[in-house]
Write a protein that binds this ligand. Sequence first.
Ligand code: FHN
Length: 461
Amino acid sequence: KPTIHIEVKFGTITKPNRNDSAMVAFRNYGLGQFIHWGLYAIPGNEWNGISARQGAAASEWIRSWGGPTAPKNWTETYDNLYKQFNPKNFNAKQWAKRSKEMGAKYVIFTTKHHDGFCLWPSKYSDYTIASSPYKKDIVKQVVDAYSEQGIDVYLYFSVEEWNNKDYVKSIPKTADEKARFNRFLEYTRNQLLELQTNYPQIKGFWFDGTWDPSWINSYGFTYNLEKELRNNNPNLIIGSRFRNDEHGSRHFDSNGMLLGDYEQGWERKMPANIDIIGGNDWDCVMTIPPNGWGHIKNTEGMYLKTTDDIIDLLMRSRSMNGNFVLNFGPDENGNMSKYENKLITDLGKWTKANTDAIYEVNHFPLESGYGYYTINKTDSTSLFLTVINRPMNGILRLAFPKSSKLVPLSASLLDNKHNLILKNANIGFDRDKNIYFDIIIPKNLKYKRAFVIKIKLGQSN
Ligand code: FHN
């Protein structure tokens, strides 16, 4: 972060670490669900049955890169897919029910991805669900169904639009480009206000496609727009991807202040440690395949993250005060894949059994090679250790600094409350700055997945 103070007129609007009920809820979500759904679900990463790109395939980008198996005029083919979009099995209530079972507390849903196709009947565009054979408002169904389940809704919105004639990528220079891009900005504003009006229950926007020089150069416009959106809903939550300051600084302004309510740069990556986060709120959004947010028909040869991988990533995020958001890419009919469905079920079992370690917890400043610590927000004597790496010798040796006011007094398994032996371990390093506590894991303790130990802390005797 820069130490010299730079004059910034279009910097951050909100105070850091907002403490209103909406932001408090955000901090407690723990697990979220991302859904990428749109016309790209139809090709599903394929042209005529042949995978367009293997490995790290961003299937929702197929219109942009075509790939070796694409038809000659693939963008035109793509832009006509809406005539086929008729998801016969789409059932928002079912999605929301399953999401709740998984343990998600918020959902981020693509209202419009980079292809520009709107899943709501926007009156500012013809390229919307209203022109498809399906016709019905998909965004409304998602917002209603998830809200009904008590899952907070955030709308994903791509600013960049590949097929909009008014969109200009570089800084508009000619009079024509300027006129077009100004129209585009007004259109963006109209759509966002429309979304706020149509779906007043939403808690926030999740912006994307904000990296082009034309948008970066529109810092005055985006600053005012953010203010306007927040005036309409003072509790609105917006991440750091929406805009930049007048010096082109994105996510953080030129003085290192977060632009928005949470850091939104952790996409398919995770901070190495909590210090990197600098006390900001954040989320990590993650795909199940290596890359690819939209549906992929054929995932052969791709490593798909397992439930164990997801538990690891979820608890790693939680141990650093972040939310973990897992992405799903339903197919053209609105079905989640068999793999996704199984993952929802398995992850749901785990989150249900280990709720106390996941939600309403904070970071706990202790290193552990065994897994991740989280501590209850209101009860600072309830510490949780998610054991990812079970030691061969059956002993979890916890190192607490000698200066600790609170030390472990007892330990039990979170899911079934069985007590575990906990004893002081004098391992003979007199000049060590730590004291050690051993938790014994019985040999016959069978767990197929990571498990959580609840450690009761108290004053040392
Ligand atoms: O280009 C998109 C991508 O398709 C996907 O939507 C992800 C989700 O975070 N965001 C963009 C890349 O940063």
